[in-house]
Design a protein around this ligand. Structure first.
Ligand code: FE2
Length: 459
């Protein structure tokens, strides 16, 4: 297929690995308040599939486009229903019929939130709590994100319902919806990698007026997605936490990366994000259920300012083309006071050899950022291209359904299947596996992973 002839391997040395949970940001406060993106500001074509010339121009120069009514609201209705029956909602006494209960539910969240998880940690144990002794990590080491990630962010209480993101019916109604796949090909061009999961529903709750002040937390995710998509699960009026982006941020950041298809930040990247926040007015995505905003994967964004009594429910999605890929962003827990160690683009973990943590110990927890549809670096280490959209579609070709069923990363590596049939919809997460199961010890603190990234296309 076409994908095998592009992105040839390169001999550029792998950059130092980063924690997959880390975002790219700077401390500079944004100079401008966000402008709500109401439909009257859309270029022509927002209510139709495909891209008008004005929308193509906006995407090329500003890095985003809004499609109104992309997903029929009836397709999303079952998941709006499911929302109100989830454990965090029930535990906090949040009721659809009583908006007073939507305010600051974090006060009522339980400390223990390992709902809907199989006993599959490191092969067959329950997922550890912060107090549990465990053979593969220091007590209290993070377990990766749970099915329900409950946060008290700087301003609002936030529930990131990741567990819904791998529900096949939900993926079919959102990231892999035929109208979504059409837009992915119209934007990125084929071969589109069929999405197998998304990050789920991010709920931002209203807060008591006199408590915390809503402010932006602008950052860039530095994950693998080439294209970001946010679909509203319910209506989001202005100033109600709408996903907020900085137009032109992809255009400003892209040339500062060391690589075209893997984000590798440089000093120029930090200067660019500072300049962006000083000079560019952010825009806030508002609209009706089913409306979707697409942005280039390098977009600088934030949860929106939230000043109303509404709850904001949005589906956060990551999209990619099929490409030859290299290693995953595996992360291995430290033991006996040793640090957590990340896998690099060449598939190497390098553990310190001078501490109490035996680097040859392969019984240590290895995880991935399981909420992502892709965790694999791109094999090509080409420098950024003159035209950052050089292999995007953006009006070059008609959409013809060039979508490929590339297997998801967890299937490529035989990782624990997403939740068993015994779990209710909306639960489940990707458990840890022992390091020795996915990598081989080569001595001197070095473990090497064998890539399975392209086996499916190489046969
Ligand atoms: Fe983010």
């Amino acid at each position: 297929m076409a994908a095998t002839s592009i992105d040839p391997p390169s001999r550029v040395a792998a950059p130092p690995p980063h924690d997959p949970e880390s975002a790219f940001f700077s401390e500079t406060p944004p100079a401008y308040a966000p402008l709500p993106l109401t439909p009257d500001l859309d270029p022509p074509g927002a209510d139709r599939l495909g891209l008008s010339p004005e929308e193509i121009e906006q995407f090329r120069t500003q890095g985003y486009v809004v499609k109104r009514g992309l997903i029929p609201t009836t397709d999303l209705a079952p998941f709006r229903e499911l929302f109100w029956r989830q454990p965090p909602v029930l535990a906090a006494g949040v009721s659809r019929d009583d908006p007073a209960t939507w305010v600051d539910p974090g006060d009522r969240w339980l400390v223990e939130n390992r709902w809907g998880l199989d006993a599959d940690w490191m092969g067959g144990s329950p997922w550890p709590s912060p107090e549990d002794e465990r053979p593969g990590a220091t007590v209290g080491e993070r377990v990766g994100r749970l099915a329900h990630r409950l946060n008290r962010d700087s301003a609002n209480d936030v529930w990131r319902w990741h567990g819904l993101g791998h529900d096949p019916a939900f993926v079919a109604a959102t990231s892999a919806h035929p109208r979504m796949l059409y837009m992915l090909e119209a934007l990125m061009g084929g071969p589109v990698k069929r999405p197998w999961r998304n990050r789920g529903v991010y709920a931002i709750f209203p807060r008591a007026r006199d408590e915390r002040e809503s402010r932006l937390g602008a950052h860039m995710d530095q994950n693998m997605m080439e294209l970001s998509g946010v679909t509203l699960l319910d209506d989001v009026p202005p100033h109600s936490g709408g996903f907020t982006i900085f137009p032109t941020s992809p255009q400003m950041l892209y040339p500062t990366s060391e690589q075209a298809l893997n984000w590798v930040a440089t000093e120029a990247s930090t200067e660019a994000i500072d300049r962006l926040k000083e000079q560019v007015q952010p825009v806030e995505f508002t609209g009706r259920a089913g409306d979707t905003i697409f942005a280039h994967g390098l977009v600088v964004h934030s949860a929106g300012l939230h000043e109303t009594d509404r709850m904001r429910l949005a589906v956060i999605q990551d999209f990619n083309k099929v490409r030859r890929r290299s290693h995953m962003r595996w992360t291995a827990a430290g033991k006996h006071g040793g640090p957590r160690v990340q896998c690099d683009m060449d598939g190497y973990f390098r553990f310190p050899t001078d501490g109490d943590d035996d680097p040859a110990d392969g019984l240590r927890e290895v995880t991935n950022q399981w909420i992502m549809d892709s965790n694999e670096f791109v094999l090509s280490r080409d420098a950024p291209f003159e035209d950052m959209f050089h292999d995007w579609n953006l009006g070059r070709e008609p959409v013809r359904g060039h979508v490929v069923d590339e297997p998801p990363w967890w299937r490529k590596y035989g990782l624990p299947p997403l939740p068993s049939a015994t779990q209710p919809p909306g639960g489940g997460g990707m458990a840890a596996v022992p390091l020795a199961e996915i990598a081989t010890y080569e001595g001197d603190g070095v473990w090497r992973v064998q890539s399975r990234a392209n086996d499916w296309m190489d046969g």
